[in-house]
Design a protein around this ligand. Structure first.
Ligand SMILES: Nc1ncnc2c1ncn2[C@@H]1O[C@H](COP(=O)(O)OP(=O)(O)OP(=O)(O)O)[C@@H](O)[C@H]1O
Length: 883
């Protein structure tokens, strides 16, 4: 691989220097490589080394440009470059401070808010240094500090210290004395804890801010003109400051407490402070990872200031203990002066897991981290195009994998040699390493040092790059890739979630996820398109330990584990698996190992959720899982995998072959019972060679659940025939009466017509028209004479219409004729079998209707010797009210 190559021949370095010296122009690594006929990576590695040695200047543009540094270079550094956080969480703060320093006149005072020890005094010093650096104040300008809290009990004294006093102004004022504000002329005055200043003192300051003059105490008539830049600081909130004071301050900034700084900054601060101690003690420290983890979670009062004091004491303790011993001084938890202050919340993830050696021999600049700009260029266009072409089947999977592999490698080549701060690299390395090990242990990720380094660089670059990628566009791609690459999708998800948890890492989460997904995909042995396999086992980690062993052995994510508590009910197991299957591609089948015989029956619950075959094996051992894993990776079919496992291991299986949902016409009768049965028989006879099933479903179910109804899960429903009005949104429903109309013909052509040839469908329609006319329907009666019963029913219904005072529409009447004729025959046949009144069916119809119906049907009841019970009345009532 490219990153494993050496820097090539020794002459390359000299050639590069010569080229840059001669050309005097900035050049990219690529241009230099082309010009010298060497690999770009080799050129990039050498250029970075030369930049480190100060021979070549590296400009963090895109692409990165390199130029030769002439000896007379006057390049000097912005003092803020060494202020930890200046380019990260304090970026805005620092920009405001710089702005106030750039302002040429004195009247741009700045007020720093923040808790004790957050770094206000230090920031004030940096502002002063910066003003010198940009020459808004002279090189020898004073920086005068006054902490108003020191005079909290003597406000008069504070005023006289600040503004000076005239001889005789108060007892003990023996001579005219300059105030600190005069000392600060042409430079800066930093007033810490400014809220402690008396109202009179504040008045005097306003006067200076407004007019540029001050008068000493006791000498009000004499104004001294000054040019002093003011910086104020307070640990109090705004409310403790006079409004008149705040109004005069154009720039306000707030420094956050230590625990609100980013993890990276907290780490930098700790390392930096220990490094300072190496000079004091003249030794190196080997800081244990426990110490670092504790310090990182410090939330005590006094923030960085307290932390500094604690470190000073701890380093002294450690030094004394190690006196006379060789090697770096170990700094352990026991040396922390006030251990309980650092208690990490229980269960929190340790940030680092390696000790860090901090040496005084290294230059201090190496510990004052300035963010090295690493540029990561993601070949979005190529990858996005490849994804779409692959999804649209314009390119093969092999081609797709090749494109992804090439592009990811290109990106890796680009980023791998870019330099970053070694200590921050260490922090990132440890976090990334933890995650990759987890993915290796559980998902068989095959990873190496290069992968770790790539992630470190990419994450770091994203965190520090000003032109961040447009994250939302990557979200779309990730979602598109989910179904075709779900294994890598999941690993990408785990990676991003863990990096967020362990590092508070938030930059470009979708980009990171897509990159992780594609990187894992391009490096994996398998593309992920093989039989899905899961292990369901009771016990805290039985399933996951077997799954992780197999995944690790094959360095491939084959098994998913479901650890179940011993009392987990079957329904919950099923629902967990169903949830998993929702985001899983099962077209190559699903093999499930369970540890209980009773779980074999989950095949019934799961079979509709799986596209391919489903195999369940009622036993699980690591050996069996290993064998299955091996066969899965050989792309054996599920049936043969199972046969082999069974022949080698004593066990049982349940096998449900992949099932195409059968096509069906659904009959939905509000009345249920006989009418539906009769219609079903008729409809089936009409099919004549068309392979369709005719199934019934209860009206209330369909009305309530629509296409979520069970029948839609089991069948590929063509259309639904109903005897009652039904609002169908996402499926086709047709009323029984319409079946023999034009609409019936249209619906049949639009649905069934898609699958069968025209002549058969035409025949089907003709059959329906012939059979579903009313007389024919009633002609299906087996014992009753259709003409006779029709006459009797007509009389009964006419009587009901009169009693109810209604004229039923013709469609309804037809329905009622069919229903009542069938009902009478059914009652005759079932006499003695059916309970008198169905207890679950309460009679919900109007009382007067029951009375009228009983009266109008009494003749019919007597003639046929049947009794129309409450349930039947209810059905007739429903028909009348629904149609
Ligand atoms: N960004 C930083 N980089 C390095 N050291 C820092 C940084 N911020 C603060 N410190 C160190 O933390 C300690 C406390 O900072 P500082 O005295 O400036 O805080 P403060 O807000 O002024 O506190 P107080 O309100 O108690 O005066 C100092 O030793 C300072 O050097």
């Amino acid at each position: 691989m490219a990153w494993e190559r050496s820097m090539g021949k020794p002459g390359n370095k000299n050639n590069i220097i010569k080229l840059l010296q001669e050309s005097r122009n900035k050049q990219t690594a690529e241009e230099i490589a082309d010009c010298l006929g060497i690999q770009r990576n080799t050129a990039s590695a050498i250029l970075n080394e030369l930049a480190r040695d100060g021979i070549v200047r590296k400009e963090k543009t895109r692409p990165v440009m390199f130029s030769y540094i002439e000896n007379d270079s006057t390049f000097s550094d912005d003092p803020f470059a060494s202020f930890i956080g200046a380019d990260k969480s304090l970026k805005e703060t620092v920009e405001k401070c710089k702005l106030s320093a750039i302002y040429l006149k004195r009247d741009m005072p700045i007020l720093l808010f923040g808790p004790s020890g957050a770094g206000k005094s230090l920031l004030a010093e940096y502002i002063y240094k910066y003003a010198k650096y940009i020459h808004t104040i002279p090189e020898d300008a004073p920086f005068v500090v006054l902490n108003c809290a020191d005079y909290a009990n003597n406000k008069e004294l504070l005023s006289s210290v600040l503004f000076g006093y005239k001889k005789g102004a108060f007892t003990g004022a023996h001579r005219d004395t300059r105030g600190l504000i005069e000392e600060a002329d042409n430079g800066y005055l930093f007033l810490d804890e400014v809220h402690r200043l008396s109202p009179e003192g504040q008045e005097k300051l306003f006067h200076y801010m407004d007019k540029g003059v001050v008068s000493r105490v006791g000498d009000n008539g004499h104004n001294i003109e000054l040019n002093v830049r003011l910086i104020f600081a307070t640990t109090e909130g705004k409310e403790s400051m006079l409004d008149t004071f705040l109004r005069r301050i154009p720039v306000e900034v707030t420094l956050p407490p230590f625990h609100e700084r980013t993890l990276e900054e907290r780490y930098q601060l700790i390392i930096y402070m220990i490094h300072q101690e190496t000079f004091v003690m003249e030794c190196s420290f080997l800081v244990s990872s426990n110490v670092i983890n504790r310090l990182l979670t410090f939330q005590g009062k006094g923030n960085i200031g307290s932390l500094r004091n604690i470190l000073k004491l701890s380093c002294t303790k450690a030094y004394n203990e190690a006196e006379g011993k060789k090697g770096p001084v170990p700094l352990k938890l026991r040396h922390l002066s006030d251990t309980q202050k650092f208690m990490t919340g229980t269960g929190s993830v340790p940030y680092v897991n390696q000790d860090v050696e901090i040496s005084s021999e290294k230059e201090s600049v190496q510990y004052i981290f300035t963010t090295e700009q690493i540029h990561v260029y993601f070949p979005a266009e190529t990858i996005v195009t490849a994804v779409y072409e692959y999804l649209e089947k314009k390119i093969s999977k092999v081609r797709f994998r090749k494109i992804i592999y090439d592009e990811i490698n290109h990106m890796i080549d680009d980023v791998i040699y870019q330099e970053m701060d070694p200590f921050i690299q260490n922090l990132y390395n440890q976090a990334v390493n933890n995650i990759l090990v987890y993915l290796q242990d559980n998902y068989g990720l095959k990873y190496n040092g290069v992968m770790e380094m790539v992630f470190v660089k990419i994450l770091y670059a994203l965190n520090n790059q000003s032109d961040k990628p447009d994250d939302s566009q990557y979200e779309i791609i990730v979602r598109k890739l989910q179904p075709v690459m779900y294994r890598y999708y999941k690993m990408g998800l785990i990676f991003t979630e863990m990096i967020h948890q362990t590092m508070d890492y938030e930059s470009s989460p979708w980009f990171v996820r897509l990159f992780a997904m594609l990187y894992f995909y391009s490096m994996a042995k398998e593309d992920g398109d093989y039989t899905n396999a899961i292990i369901v086992s009771h016990g805290p980690a039985t399933a996951s330990s077997i799954a992780s062993t197999v995944n690790r052995v094959f360095e491939t994510y084959i098994f998913e584990a479901f650890d179940m508590a011993y009392d987990t009910p079957k329904s919950e197991i099923v629902s967990r698996i169903k949830k998993y299957l929702k985001n899983t591609n099962t077209s190559k089948g699903l093999l499930i190992f369970v540890d209980m015989g009773s779980l074999l029956s989950i095949s019934r619950d799961l079979k509709d959720d799986i596209e391919g075959d489903l195999g369940i094996v009622n036993n699980i051992t690591t050996e069996m899982a290993l064998e299955a894993g091996e066969r899965i990776l050989r792309h054996e079919d599920l049936q043969s995998i199972m046969d082999n496992i069974l022949s080698h291991h004593v066990t049982k299986k349940s096998y449900v072959p992949s099932r195409q949902k059968p096509k069906a016409i659904v009959l939905c009768c509000i009345t249920g019972l006989g009418t539906a049965v009769k219609m079903k028989t008729l409809l089936k006879e009409c099919l004549e060679g068309i392979e369709l099933e005719v199934v019934e479903t209860p009206f209330p179910d369909l009305q309530r659940d629509g296409s979520q109804c069970d029948v839609f899960r089991k069948y590929n429903v063509q259309f639904v025939v109903t005897t009652s009005k039904l609002e169908a949104e996402d499926y086709t429903a047709i009323h029984l009466n319409e079946l023999i109309d034009k609409r019936g013909e249209e619906v049949i052509y639009a649905t069934v017509g898609k699958y069968f040839d025209k002549e058969k469908v035409q025949k089907f329609i003709e059959n329906i028209v012939r059979s579903f006319t009313m007389r024919n329907l009633i002609g299906q009666l087996t014992i009753l004479n259709p003409d006779k019963i029709l006459d009797d029913v007509e009389k009964a219904l006419t009587r009901l219409e009169i009693l109810e005072g209604e004229n039923y529409p013709i469609d309804l009447k037809k329905m009622l004729y069919i229903h009542i004729c069938v009902m009478v025959e059914r009652l005759i046949l079932e006499k003695g079998q059916l309970s008198e009144s169905n207890p679950t069916q309460s009679l919900k119809c109007r009382e007067s209707f029951v009375k009228n119906l009983k009266e109008s049907f009494s003749v019919l009841e007597a003639q046929y010797n049947v009794s129309i019970n409450d349930m039947e009345i209810h059905m007739i009532y429903s028909l009348i009210k629904n149609v």
